[in-house]
Design a protein around this ligand. Structure first.
Ligand SMILES: Cc1ncc(COP(=O)(O)O)c(C=O)c1O
Length: 368
């Protein structure tokens, strides 16, 4: 079958729903980010999008040495596979997690691990755990410039928190971490540029404070896929998007970027409701991006007017709006959010450009 630029041989042999990754498009996306960033040293890709050792190897081969992650499982897989700098961008409080982290740093003494902290409680949990092991760790101040998820608000509180980090002998402040998730899905480029410039102002305030008070500061880690290309090329800025590796139908609405959707779901139409002008596919919420609003969970490639109107675990209902798709047809769905599509599958099948399945990427770091 061929839909738009996606070819797939013998879909009858692939039990649906199944995630298929086009390796040549992954490689294209890697060269695209290198074109934008200028050097792999400027990028700390987030591992959570693909969670796969094989894709990690492609990233390492392209020169990426530093990788960001959210879970300890991701950090373990990264350490076991030759990553020299690992940033766990997720606050760690639980004693079991801290113990696991200490084991990790003991098992991989040549790897530089870094963390984020956003409140005094993070420091209070981390410092004794490090002390019991005689370890020291570098951390970024997690600054919340508008997403309202984790991190400290810019201003006086953030400056005080930066000073507070410096009071711990086993926790070294490195700079600022910002995930500016408030820019997600904002089509207006100018609006996103404004978010970036506000974020930079808040970061600069912390740098001024650190330099005035002789506090250690050396670099910042910022951004996801909706802003990374809008940050200026500054020696103290490294960008940390993740979704770029596979891209997805929502990110593809950013007209200024030229990445390709590399991971798609093959599904099949299993029923229809002519009265309602809908078809029902086997791409349910267990198969694709359930974190998104229903209409954005996936887009059927080649049928621009078709819209997802309902999903249950194993069913995806699609309003046709004039498109012609019949029971038994195979469909290719571009996920609305690559990361939360990938995590639904223990592995993806790998296709060459002609649609021949040539292998598998295991989602090695799928669990916590
Ligand atoms: C802390 C953090 N950094 C970076 C990213 C990567 O952003 P994106 O998925 O938009 O590329 C994410 C994504 O959720 C994140 O949570």
């Amino acid at each position: 079958m061929k839909i738009a630029n996606y070819e797939l041989k013998r879909p009858d042999e692939l039990e649906t729903p199944v995630l298929i990754v086009y390796e040549h498009l992954v490689k294209k996306n890697i060269s695209e980010i290198l074109k934008i960033a200028g050097s792999p040293d400027k990028v700390i890709p987030h591992f959570k999008t693909h969670k796969s050792i094989q894709v990690l190897r492609m990233q390492i081969a392209a020169g990426f040495r530093s990788i960001k992650c959210a879970t300890l499982r991701e950090a373990e897989v990264l350490a076991e596979n030759g990553v020299s700098e690992i940033l766990i961008a997720y606050p760690m409080i639980h004693p079991k997690k801290l113990k696991r982290f200490i084991n990790l740093i003991n098992n991989f003494p040549d790897v530089t691990f870094k963390l984020i902290v956003g409140t005094p409680q993070h420091l209070e949990a981390l410092s004794p755990a490090l002390k019991s092991n005689n370890s020291q760790i570098g951390v970024y101040l997690d600054l919340d410039t508008g997403m309202r998820r984790t991190g400290i608000q810019p201003g006086k509180e953030a400056l005080e928190m930066y000073s507070k980090i410096s009071q711990y002998s086993n926790i070294i402040p490195l700079g600022v971490h910002v995930f500016d998730g408030q820019a997600l899905y904002k089509p207006d480029l100018q609006e996103r540029k404004n978010i970036v410039s506000e974020t930079l102002n808040s970061i600069d305030q912390i740098w001024e404070h650190a330099q005035k008070n002789n506090l250690n500061i050396s670099d910042n880690v910022v951004a996801g896929s909706w802003t990374f290309h809008l940050y200026p090329d500054r020696p103290n800025i490294r960008i940390s998007p993740g979704t770029w590796i596979y891209w997805d139908s929502r990110n593809a609405t950013m007209e200024e970027l030229n990445f390709d959707v590399a991971a798609i779901v093959l599904g099949q139409v299993i029923d229809h409701d002519p009265q309602k002008d809908t078809i029902t596919t086997d791409i349910g919420s267990k198969a694709c991006s359930p974190d998104q609003p229903t209409e954005h969970r996936f887009k059927l490639i080649g049928y621009p007017n078709a819209i997802v109107t309902a999903q249950s675990e194993e069913h995806g209902v699609i309003k046709l709006n004039g498109e012609k798709i019949s029971i038994g047809d195979y469909v290719l769905a571009a996920p609305g959010h690559a990361c939360t599509a990938v995590v639904k599958y223990p592995y993806s099948l790998v296709s060459d450009p002609s649609g021949e399945i040539i292998g598998k990427y295991n989602h090695d770091a799928r669990d916590h």
